[in-house]
Design a binder for this molecule. Structure first.
Ligand code: NAI
Ligand code: CS2
Length: 486
C-alpha cells in the first residue's frame, strides 16, 4: 500500500513539487474556514499559504466541515497537507499547501468550533458552504426560519448547526471576552454575498440578544466578494494519477485551472494579511465584478450544464468544442453583456475571450453534472436577474430563456437518451411536485414559474418570458438539446 502524504515524507517528493517554505510549527491560526471543500483548498487557502510563505505567520487555517467527516479524514492523517494541482492542457504544476493546521467536524464537536471562532488569534472567518448552506430563500435572501436546523439555532446556540448559527455563537463569545469581531467573508457565488451573510447573522443574533445584534451591526464586517477559480471535484483517477507522480497518496488533493481571482470589498473588522501583495483585489465596490462574473461565467456554466447534461455531454470542454455549443455560449453572453455596467479594469470583450479559453481547458475534466447541482439556488443570480434586467430594458431573452428551459426539462429527471437521474437540489421535491400531473410544456412552464422561492412574481407574469420558455421547452422535449442547439 502506498504511504499517505505527510510531514514525514515531504522531503522525498519529486524536485518539481513545491513544498511549504515556512516553519509550520510557528504558524498561528488566524483564519477559521467553514465548509472546507475543494474550492477553499484551491482558492482562499492558496492566498493564506502565500502570506505564510511571505513570512506573515498569522494566517494558518482551522478548517471546519459543517456536515460530514470526509475531508477531516482526508486531511488530518496527512498533517493537513495536500497538493494543489494546477492543470492547463498538457501542463501540470503541483504545490503542497501547508496552511491548514487542523480540521474539525462541526456535528461531532460544535463547542470546539465555537471556541475556535472566539480565539484571540482569529481575525478572519471565510465560508464556502455552497449557496444552500446559508439557509436563505434564493429569491428574497430571507433566512429560512422554518427549516429544522435554522429553527434549532434560533431556539438555542448551545450546539449550533448552521453557518449563521456558528458565526453568531462565536461572535457572542468574542463580545463577552472583550475581543473585536472577526471579519466574515463569504466566498460563495451568492449575489451580494456579504450583505446576505450579514442579514442572516443579524436576524439570528437579534433573536438571541438584540444588544449582540447591535454590536455586530456596528463593529462587524461582512465584505462582499467575487471569487473565481474553476475547481472541479477531485476523482479517484486524479488521486491515482498523482500518487504515481508523487510516490505517495494524497487523498486531499485538489485540481484547478491556473486562473484565480478574488475581489474583496475593503471593509474589515480587524487584522488581515496584506491581501494586495498576494494578488487579491481590494475595492470599494464589488457589485459590478460580481455581476459580470455571475452573469457571464456562471450563467454560461449553468446553460452548459443543463443543455449539455440533457444531451449526454459529460464535460464543459466537450460542450464548447462543438460549434453549436460555442455559439450558444456566445449568444448568451451577447444578451447578458447588455445588462452589465463593467468596472474600470474589466474589458468585457477580453474577459469573454478568456472565459472561452478557460472553458476549453480539457485537462480540468469539469463535469456538467457537477454544475447542474442546486440549480434552484443558482438560477436567480446567474440567469433570472439577467433576464429581468433585459426585460426592464424592453429586450428579448431568447438564449437566456433557452438555458432556463433546459433547467426546467432537467427537473423531470430524464435526459434526452431516456436515462433517469436524481435531481440534486434542495428544492427537488418542490419542482417534482409542481410538475406532477402537468400535461403540456406550457403547463410545466407555468407550474415551475409559480415557485416564488426561485422566480420573482414579476418575471413569472411576463408574457414574453413565459411564451419564450414554453417554445424552447416544447422543442427540447420533442427534439432534444443537441437539435435545439444546432
Ligand atoms: P465541495 O462539494 O468540495 O464542498 C462544499 C462544502 O460545502 C463542503 O464543505 C460541504 O460540507 C459544505 N456544504 C454543502 N452543503 C451544505 C449545507 N447545506 N450546509 C452547510 N455546508 C454545506 O464544493 P466546492 O467545490 O468547494 O464548492 C463550494 C462552493 O464554493 C460552491 O457552491 C460555490 O459557491 C463556491 N465556489 C466554487 C467554485 C468551484 O469551481 N468549485 C468556484 C467559485 C466559488
Ligand atoms: C460552477 C462554479 O459549480 C458551479 O456551479 O458554475 O462553481 C464555477 O466553477 C465557479 O464559480 C468558477 O469560479
Amino acid at each position: 500500500m502506498t504511504d499517505r502524504l505527510s510531514l514525514s515524507n515531504l522531503s522525498s517528493l519529486p524536485a518539481a513539487v513545491t513544498p511549504p517554505p515556512y516553519d509550520r510549527e510557528a504558524v498561528r491560526a488566524g483564519v477559521v474556514h467553514l465548509g472546507i471543500g475543494a474550492f477553499h483548498r484551491a482558492h482562499q487557502a492558496a492566498v493564506f499559504d502565500a502570506a505564510l510563505a511571505d513570512g506573515d505567520l498569522r494566517w494558518g487555517i482551522l478548517g471546519v466541515s459543517l456536515r460530514s467527516p470526509g475531508v477531516r479524514d482526508q486531511m488530518v492523517p496527512q498533517d493537513g497537507l495536500y497538493s494543489l494541482v494546477v492543470r492547463q492542457g498538457d501542463e501540470q504544476r503541483v504545490r503542497i499547501i501547508g496552511a491548514t493546521q487542523d480540521v474539525l467536524v462541526a456535528p461531532e464537536s460544535p463547542v470546539a468550533v465555537v471556541e475556535a471562532l472566539a480565539s484571540p488569534d482569529v481575525h478572519i472567518v471565510t465560508l464556502t458552504v455552497t449557496e444552500k448552506g446559508y439557509r436563505l430563500d434564493p429569491a428574497t435572501g430571507a433566512l429560512l426560519e422554518q427549516e429544522e436546523d435554522v429553527a434549532s439555532d434560533l431556539a438555542s446556540l448551545a450546539a449550533p448547526r448552521t453557518a449563521p448559527g456558528f458565526l453568531v455563537a462565536g461572535l457572542a463569545r468574542r463580545r463577552e471576552a472583550g475581543l473585536p469581531p472577526f471579519t466574515a467573508i463569504s466566498c460563495d457565488n451568492l449575489p451580494h454575498n456579504g450583505r446576505r451573510l450579514r442579514q442572516a447573522v443579524l436576524t439570528m443574533a437579534e433573536r438571541h440578544d438584540p444588544a449582540l445584534a447591535e454590536w455586530i451591526d456596528r463593529h462587524g464586517a461582512f465584505p462582499q466578494t467575487m471569487v473565481d477559480r474553476i475547481v472541479p471535484a477531485t476523482t479517484p483517477d486524479d488521486i491515482a494519477a498523482l500518487a504515481i507522480q508523487l510516490g505517495v497518496e494524497d487523498q486531499a488533493m485538489v485540481k484547478a485551472e491556473p486562473f484565480s481571482q478574488w475581489v474583496i470589498e475593503d471593509s474589515f473588522a480587524s487584522e488581515r494579511p496584506d491581501f494586495a501583495r498576494f494578488g487579491v483585489q481590494l475595492t470599494g465596490d464589488v457589485a459590478p465584478w460580481e455581476e459580470a462574473k455571475l452573469r457571464l461565467l456562471n450563467g454560461a456554466h449553468s446553460g452548459i450544464a443543463y443543455l449539455g447534461g440533457l444531451a449526454g455531454i459529460e464535460f464543459v470542454h466537450q460542450f464548447v468544442a462543438r460549434p453549436e455549443g460555442r455559439r450558444f455560449v456566445e449568444r448568451l453572453w451577447d444578451e447578458a453583456q447588455t445588462t452589465l455596467d463593467p468596472p474600470a479594469g474589466l474589458d468585457i470583450a477580453a474577459y469573454r475571450g478568456e472565459l472561452m479559453t478557460r472553458f476549453s481547458n480539457s485537462a480540468l475534466q469539469h463535469r456538467t453534472r457537477q454544475i447542474a447541482m442546486d440549480g434552484s439556488q443558482k438560477l436567480p443570480q446567474r440567469l433570472l436577474a439577467t433576464i429581468a434586467a433585459r426585460r426592464a430594458a424592453g429586450l428579448e431573452v431568447e438564449t437566456l430563456a433557452l438555458a432556463v428551459a433546459a433547467w426546467m426539462r432537467w427537473q423531470g429527471g430524464v435526459d434526452d437518451a431516456g436515462a433517469t437521474f436524481t435531481v440534486d437540489d434542495p428544492l427537488a421535491a418542490r419542482t417534482a411536485a409542481a410538475l406532477a400531473g402537468c400535461g403540456s410544456a406550457a403547463e410545466r412552464v407555468a407550474a415551475l414559474l409559480a415557485i416564488d422561492a426561485i422566480f420573482p412574481p414579476a418575471l413569472a407574469a411576463d408574457e414574453l418570458v413565459r411564451s419564450t420558455l414554453t417554445r424552447h421547452l416544447e422543442r427540447l422535449e420533442s427534439t432534444g438539446a443537441l437539435a435545439v442547439l444546432a
